[in-house]
Design a protein around this ligand. Structure first.
Ligand SMILES: *Cc1c(COP(=O)(O)O)cnc(C)c1O
Length: 379
């Protein structure tokens, strides 16, 4: 029954070899810019490619400022710190996400609270969020207090799963009503829009990743985007060891981080950005092909949710149940077609097993059924 799927994926990628889930493509000016970067000797933390990249990302996303970082996790860590998280605070996020979201929360000495996702977007559900806040919190002096723990719920981190936008405008409204800072984990959603506005521009600040498996890559890297000038300045400062500018003195005015993106990585990314539109087109075309094919199969393809213009970073199917999911994974991987299940829910991991959770019916339903299928740009 899954042989047809394997055959279809093989024909779509036109190969008899192993087909990975997502591999990068370097078909533009990557080598040229890397050579330029090496010849300039500015391969590390200073250089024109970093400046250029920050300008391009800001312009592309419509955010006023972009600050390049060493990876998406460090971008998220600093985004959370700058949204005002203090030791002992709590942060609402979805249980269906990559571990980095929760790691960044813990780096701030804060604790995650898990609220359910919507089935169609696989991202944080505004309905579940509102219900949780209504039933479990009290407003005190402009702060959102968790009735169960007495702690401040300072921030909320929704994530745009596989590049599909969650219902971020409703989430933004709810966060505002409850005095909670909105920090978007837009790691997977460069090139994705919600109602024609780029993901990551709905809250105070957002993080994007340029890891090797994402839609475009700097090898390793990430960036923070924001409209807030003060926050942007702080982000640059704190990610560059908090050094006070001076002609020669080494002076630092707080504990900072070495979270800079090296110029070498930025050179690679500037070249990748030149091909982003072409990648997006190519991925959209594959999405259409998959959609048409899976209409003939006994299980479903994950469709672009309404109001989302997705980047189609990772394609996914929804199997009937856990048993069918396992059978599909076994069959496809044995045939050299790489497929991977969606993440284990965060609340099931040892580190987060005591975290407070809302009803997680949708997250559990998706965890049992969703599998990613090969999604690379086909060139
Ligand atoms: C990739 C990813 C990150 C982290 O990015 P890195 O660059 O790998 O550190 C964070 N959140 C989500 C949802 C991701 O998919």
């Amino acid at each position: 029954m899954f042989q047809e799927t394997v055959d279809f994926i093989r024909s779509a990628f036109n190969t008899k070899e192993f087909i990975p889930l997502h591999e990068p493509r370097f078909i533009g000016n990557e080598k040229k810019y890397l050579n330029e970067c090496i010849d300039s000797t500015f391969v590390s933390s200073v250089g024109k490619f970093v400046d250029e990249l920050e300008k391009i990302i800001a312009k592309y996303t419509g955010a006023k400022y972009a600050i390049a970082t060493s990876n998406g996790t460090s971008a998220l860590h600093i985004s959370l710190l700058l949204s005002g998280i203090l030791d002992g605070d709590e942060v609402i996020t979805q249980p269906l996400t990559f571990i980095a979201t929760c790691n960044a929360i813990e780096y701030c000495n804060a604790k995650p609270i898990f609220v359910d996702v919507d089935r169609d977007t696989m991202g944080l559900s505004p309905k579940a969020l509102e219900l949780f806040l209504k039933d479990n919190t009290t407003q005190r002096e402009g702060l959102c207090i968790n009735n169960t723990t007495g702690k401040v719920i300072r921030a909320c981190v929704p994530m745009h799963t596989f590049g599909h936008a969650c219902k971020i405008d409703e989430i933004a409204d709810i966060c505002e009503m409850y005095n909670i800072a909105l920090v978007e984990d837009a790691a997977e959603s460069l090139g994705s829009y919600y109602k024609n506005k780029h993901t990551g521009t709905f809250g105070k600040v957002a993080a994007i990743s340029f890891n090797g498996n994402k839609i475009i890559t700097s090898g390793g890297g990430g960036c923070i985007i924001t409209d807030d000038e003060d926050l942007a300045k702080k982000a640059k400062h704190i990610t560059t060891t908090a050094k006070v500018p001076h002609k020669w003195e080494y002076s630092h005015d707080m504990i900072g981080y070495n979270y800079r993106m090296p110029n070498l990585n930025a050179a690679l990314l500037v070249a990748q950005l030149e091909n982003l539109e072409m990648y997006l087109e190519n991925k959209k075309e594959l999405s259409k092909k998959y959609k048409a094919f899976f209409e003939t199969q006994a299980f479903n393809f994950v469709l672009e949710p309404s109001d989302s213009q997705s980047n189609h970073w990772l394609h996914a199917v929804i199997l009937k149940d856990r048993a069918q999911r396992e059978a599909f994974l076994e069959f496809t991987n044995a045939k050299g077609v790489m497929t991977r299940p969606i993440w284990t829910l965060m609340n099931k991991l040892e580190m987060f097993k005591d975290a407070q959770c809302s009803d997680l019916t949708n997250s559990e339903w998706l965890e049992d059924r969703v599998v990613n299928i090969p999604s690379s740009v086909r060139i």
